[in-house]
Structures are given as structure tokens and as C-alpha cells.
Design a protein around this ligand. Structure first.
Ligand SMILES: [Zn+2]
Length: 298
């Protein structure tokens, strides 16, 4: 079942053409650890000091619209069920649950440096408040961020061994949380922008992401006219509706922040096109669980 859905997702990725970023390359692949499906990123495959993983809907114990692997506490599952799902997935990817660092992700752009003292120590509901981006230089602690259409941004500085995860929905993208994350890594650890390897993870694609003119107006304040032409188009002039490409917006933002184009990897997997494989807020009209990204220095 999941292999078939995965293949379909890959086929849809390959069909996306004429983009400023490459979606021809297979930037992520599906593994099975203890029979639990795990998405891994090709960009970090050759980095033995990195453990990066992304969950799917499969492998947990949640039921119905939250099935099976809901990793969100506010989606309607019991606490015990969500904790069990974390336990299952963390065991599969060899991450100690006590070492997870979670944040509340309020669609803002605050980026925080985190250490062992921010780890949840088994209390998964313990989340950093008011934070959408987290980064660390400490081995063993695991940056855990939640998604269901919003864009996951992962950063690795392989030279200084620094990692970061940022949650970039449309508000985060307008606020340029990706660029702020890069700046934070540079400020604290002198990370060089040309060293950073970024992944734009599974999230909603342009075809699925219709937005209103107020969202476009917010983007026009943050992006140039030339950039706007690359990230959105009006799909319905009468209703004033637009299709917005958050992957392109984040890609352009990271280029502007100084990353090399060949170091920005767009997964090209849409949560909404593939809502049987992944959780999508749009596709489910809000009745959905949470996916998580996990990033850890080992
Ligand atoms: Zn889509």
C-alpha cells in the first residue's frame, strides 16, 4: 500500500515542470525501520553525523482521520495515543524520546538556539513557547517540528556541525524565517552560508495552494515583482484567487540569503496531492493529524 502511494508521489514530482528549482532529482526516499516507514533526505545521506527523518501517515496506532501516525497533541487523539506514536517512530529512527526538543510553532519567525536543557525529558507536551525555528550544535538532542501542508526547512552546516529546523507556512515565508534561521546560525556559530545544505521538505504544492489577494499582498511586501512572477499567478481573476508556490518562495529566499542553488534541495512531495500518504490540512479540511520532521546530530 505505502510503496504504491510513494511511487505515485514520486511520479507526481517528476511531472512538475518549468520550475526555478529542480524537481527531477529524487531528493527523498522511503525506508522501513522496524517495519515503520520513514522518509529520508538524499542530501544528508552521505553525512554519518546527521540523523534526519520525516514521518508519514503509516506505522502508528491512531484511528480514522488521524490514522495512523498522528504526532500532534491538539488534533483530537488521546495523549496516550500520541505518546505511543512518538515512541514507535523514535524507536524506529533510533532517537531517544527524552532528547526531543519541540516548539509550539505559532506561524511567527522567532528562531531559538536550543540545548539539552530545552529537551522534553519525556514530557512531549513541553514545548518552547512562541518559537517556529530551532537550531543547535549539541549532539544527541533532536529537533522535532510538526507539519500538515506548511513548509519544513532543514539546514545542516557540515563544517561546523550545526543543524536547524524551521516551520515556514505562508506567514513564516513572508516573514522570511528561512533567512532568519541562516542569519542566526551565522551569528552564533559563524556558519558560512556557502556551507549550508538545506532541504525544503514535503508540503503543499502550487497547484493545490489557492490563496486570496490578501495573502498575495503580504507577499508583495516581502518579495520583488520579478520574484512574485516566479512564485504566484492569478488562477481566477473573477474571484481574485491565486496559486502560490511556497517551495519557490522559500527557494528564492534562501538564494537571497546566500545559499548555493545546488545546496537547496526541494523534496517536491506535496502533502495535499498525496493525502493518503501524508497529512494535509487543505485536503482534509482540518481533520488531520500532524507529521513530524526530526533532525539530530549524532
Ligand atoms: Zn499538490
Amino acid at each position: 500500500m505505502i510503496e504504491q502511494l510513494w511511487q505515485e508521489a514520486q511520479n507526481k514530482r517528476k511531472q512538475r515542470k518549468n520550475k526555478i528549482y529542480d524537481t527531477d532529482t529524487e531528493e527523498c526516499y522511503l525506508c522501513h525501520a522496524d517495519t515503520i516507514p520513514v522518509i529520508r533526505f538524499s542530501a544528508y545521506r552521505e553525512m554519518p553525523f546527521i540523523n534526519a527523518a520525516f514521518s508519514t501517515r503509516f506505522g502508528g496506532i491512531s484511528q480514522g482521520a488521524l490514522g495512523e501516525l498522528n504526532l500532534g497533541f491538539s488534533r483530537g487523539d488521546t495523549v496516550e495515543t500520541v505518546e505511543k506514536n512518538y515512541e514507535i517512530f523514535c524507536r524506529a529512527i533510533h532517537v531517544n524520546m527524552d532528547n526531543l526538543v519541540l516548539s509550539d510553532q505559532i506561524h511567527d519567525t522567532k528562531v531559538s538556539y536550543v540545548t539539552k536543557k530545552d529537551a522534553c525529558n519525556g514530557i512531549l507536551r513541553k514545548k518552547l513557547q512562541g518559537v517556529d525555528g530551532i537550531y543547535t550544535d549539541q549532539k544527541g538532542i533532536c529537533l522535532a517540528t510538526s507539519y500538515a501542508d506548511c513548509v519544513p526547512l532543514f539546514f545542516v552546516d557540515p563544517v561546523r556541525r550545526i543543524i536547524a529546523s524551521s516551520h515556514s507556512g505562508w506567514r513564516g515565508t513572508v516573514g522570511k524565517i528561512g533567512a532568519k534561521t541562516v542569519a542566526a546560525m551565522e551569528r552564533k556559530f559563524c556558519s558560512k552560508r556557502e556551507d549550508l545544505i538545506a532541504v525544503i521538505g514535503p508540503s503543499i504544492c502550487q497547484e493545490c495552494y489557492e490563496v486570496s489577494s490578501d495573502v498575495i499582498a503580504a507577499f508583495e511586501n516581502a518579495y520583488s515583482e520579478e520574484q512574485m512572477a516566479q512564485i504566484s499567478f492569478c488562477s481566477d481573476p473573477e474571484r481574485q484567487k491565486y496559486q502560490l508556490d511556497l517551495w519557490a518562495a522559500n527557494y528564492l529566499q534562501l538564494i537571497e540569503a546566500g545559499l548555493f542553488p545546488q545546496h537547496i534541495h526541494v523534496a517536491g512531495i506535496c502533502t495535499c496531492c498525496n493525502d493518503k500518504l501524508l497529512f494535509s490540512h487543505r485536503a482534509s479540511k482540518g481533520r488531520r493529524g500532524n507529521l513530524n520532521g526530526f533532525l539530530c546530530l549524532t
